[in-house]
Design a protein around this ligand. Structure first.
Ligand code: NAI
Length: 243
């Protein structure tokens, strides 16, 4: 059976992606770092809609945990394979550059960029020999495309993710694996709570923040069989804020 794997699937955009991929007929592996209750809620939401989901706990910045967890999954699922990977987990820790601490810089890069590398490398080793193609979708950001002040760490990590997406897309295209990045603008989640929404909305041509379901719909399309000829792309989803 073909599975989808979503990092940081317990809430926000990741949760919506888990639900949407499940509705598209895929059993989903929901990765979470520490909030098991929230991950269980995502699992229950999927099951209530008739889907199938499993939890997998690890910190995306921890290579050892990732490799061990995926190997255990492979051992317990000899007939199954992961055909869709969504690298969604991410954090922000904003500060102007001259005040930014080493840890603020490192933590954001470790989660977004190193996390992407450790997981994708491991899943590719799993995906490639199966010769069934695959889909890798990396959640970047407007911040990685345009750069946003106060986010040099986050913009750097998300821009690097775009570079890696384009390089990897060319490496694995002959194997039928597509690799794309999705770059959301302002989406209503915990991550954007506390931002001056009314002020920001005035700069967005669509006049509102995006919804998690809108991002999930785009990801589900990129994950589908119909998207087999789209690869190495960065798809902006930002209400016209920056194109
Ligand atoms: P969120 O903060 O609600 O969710 C982030 C998820 O990542 C959480 O489930 C969290 O537990 C998980 N996570 C964080 N660090 C982790 C780690 N080390 N290991 C495993 N999981 C970890 O935020 P949201 O908005 O749902 O963000 C999802 C993705 O979308 C992130 O990559 C974010 O950078 C990106 N994004 C969000 C935008 C927004 O406006 N909300 C805009 C552009 C990009």
């Amino acid at each position: 059976m073909k599975y989808a794997f979503v990092t940081g699937g317990s809430r926000g955009i990741g949760k919506a992606i888990c639900i949407k991929l499940s509705q598209a007929g895929l059993p989903v592996i929901i990765n979470y770092k520490s909030n098991r209750d929230a991950a269980l809620e995502t699992k229950q939401a999927i099951e209530q809609l008739g889907g199938k989901a499993e939890l997998m706990q690890f910190d995306v910045a921890d290579k050892t945990q990732i490799e061990k967890s995926i190997e255990e999954w492979e051992e317990s699922h000899p007939e199954d394979y992961i055909g869709v990977l969504v690298n969604n987990a991410g954090i922000r820790d904003d500060n102007v550059m001259f005040m930014m601490g080493d840890e603020q810089w490192q933590k954001v890069l470790d989660t977004t960029l190193n996390g992407f590398f450790y997981i994708t490398r491991k899943i590719l080793k799993h995906m490639m020999p199966r010769k069934r193609g695959g889909r890798i979708i990396n959640i970047s950001s407007l911040s990685g495309v345009k750069g946003l002040p106060g986010q040099a760490n986050y913009s750097a990590a998300k821009a690097a993710l775009i570079g890696a997406t384009k390089a990897l897309a060319q490496e694995v295209a002959p194997r039928g694996v597509t690799v794309n990045a999705v770059a959301p603008g302002f989406i209503e989640t915990d991550m954007t709570k506390g931002l001056p929404e009314e002020e920001l909305k005035m700069q967005i041509p669509a006049g509102r923040f995006g919804k998690v379901e809108e991002v999930a719909d785009l990801v589900a399309f990129l994950a589908s069989e119909n998207a087999g000829y789209i690869t190495g792309e960065v798809i902006n989803i930002n209400g016209g804020l920056y194109t």
